[in-house]
Design a protein around this ligand. Sequence first.
Ligand code: NAP
Length: 504
Amino acid sequence: MSYQPHGKHLIAGDRIASEPGWASSPSSGPSHRFSTGSPALIAQACEAAERAFWSFGYSSRAERAALLHAIADAIEARGPQITEIGCQESGLPAARLEGERGRTTGQLRLFADHILKGDYLDRRVDAALPHRQPAPRPELRMMQRPIGPVAVFGASNFPLAFSVAGGDTAAALAAGCPVVVKGHSAHPGTGEIVAEAIAEAVAAQGMDPGVFSLVQGGKRDVGEALVQDPRIRAVGFTGSLTGGRALFDLCARRPDPIPFFGELGSVNPMFLLPSAMAARGEAIAQGWAGSLSMGAGQFCTNPGIAVMIEGPEAQAFSDAARVALGAVGPQVMLTDGIADAYRKGRDRVRGSAGVRELLTSVCDRRNATPYLYEVSGDDWLANHALGEEVFGPLGMIVTVRDAGQMEQIARALDGQLTCTLHLDEGDTALARRLMPVLERKAGRLLANGFPTGVEVCDAMVHGGPYPASTNFGATSVGTLSIRRFLRPVCYQNLPEALLPADLA
Ligand code: NAP
């Protein structure tokens, strides 16, 4: 049976309605009305989260692991309903929503296993040296502790894996931090049904209901109030550079600034080195076209720029990419706003000096079709805006004079989530030259692959220097992401009876 959203906020287990309501804009299926969030509702959710922290922050790892498993089970129990409403709201196909649900429950369970192992606590003990001269040393113990209530903002392009029960929520709950989610206006019904699953699991585990709340949006002051609430200790955000930067600035301007972990946009450049281009340039072009147009190009890891040395191989590459992208039909975008922004981005690129359009199409209403452009290394270097993300299936080939100019392009890049090298053995010397530059630019470096598809595992880094993220020391995907919601506490000379159970 289809899920019928009640349209209310879910604050500490209670369904709360508020006026005025707003109507969702699904790409298909019925529109529903949702309550509008407000600063007062945010305050209510944050108060409940702060109250819950006094028990949840001191719960055992086994209790929190059980909660994470229970949330995964409750999401799976609603699987077909989540897929149906998720497809309607986002325009994404069912297979994608199903895959994303598996990823979401998989990461909840991964965090359960991760905290049970205990390594994340990073426990350290410096034994007392009572006879040390000239001064004795007391015993010092250190452990990571949860920081308190965490605010979460999901992105429109991952209505499950980067949303209400996504990586930020999973990491925060695993750490022992209650979560207040600001619902995304692009998928409010999907957010609601997932929130219901979390609230059910919290209740079934006998935990304080303030451990989790969802406040729907509808107005910008909802998110602004959330990041400024004095009880919130950190923010996990996935979304646009503009939105992320506005909220980051609000966090920094608080009387007590808090960390804002924003995962923002990226153009994910690929560097195509000469031997690889000669051996398999056309195959790489076809792979690129697939990666670039997958999900209407609405991935933060979309490889928007391909850098290569000018010549016949570059020509063959662009011919093959044009053919492959030309065969991709129109795809529905996530929201009308994202489709508008895509067209604006296209117009900006199209109107830039030296840019040649290799593939054009009609892209109207909420549909996206691919575009392909080419620009010389000189013109790209002269126009910093050509390195900015266009969210959608738009590719740009940058043809450089030589290896030296390729390195110049690498040096001119802003921070990235990923950088990719396509190389063969004969390219090793040039790749070695690029590596130290690329390592300073990106959170993840790839060889001979495409960056779309982010593995959820221990070694993953999904982050990077600004503007890819607002905190280059962090990742929003993988088990290391739990560190964002922990802080080290040192216990000096404390009697055993006062130490946290995990440290005693
Ligand atoms: P978005 O428009 O920035 O929205 C994200 C959230 O922030 C929404 O809840 C939105 O509220 C809120 N928001 C945006 N601007 C705000 C402001 N000025 N004040 C208060 N709240 C604000 O992002 P999106 O369109 O959902 O996501 C697409 C972008 O996310 C792309 O650029 C993509 O590259 C990036 N992305 C990054 C990653 C990553 O891991 N780095 C992953 C996925 C996507 P409303 O609901 O009211 O709009």
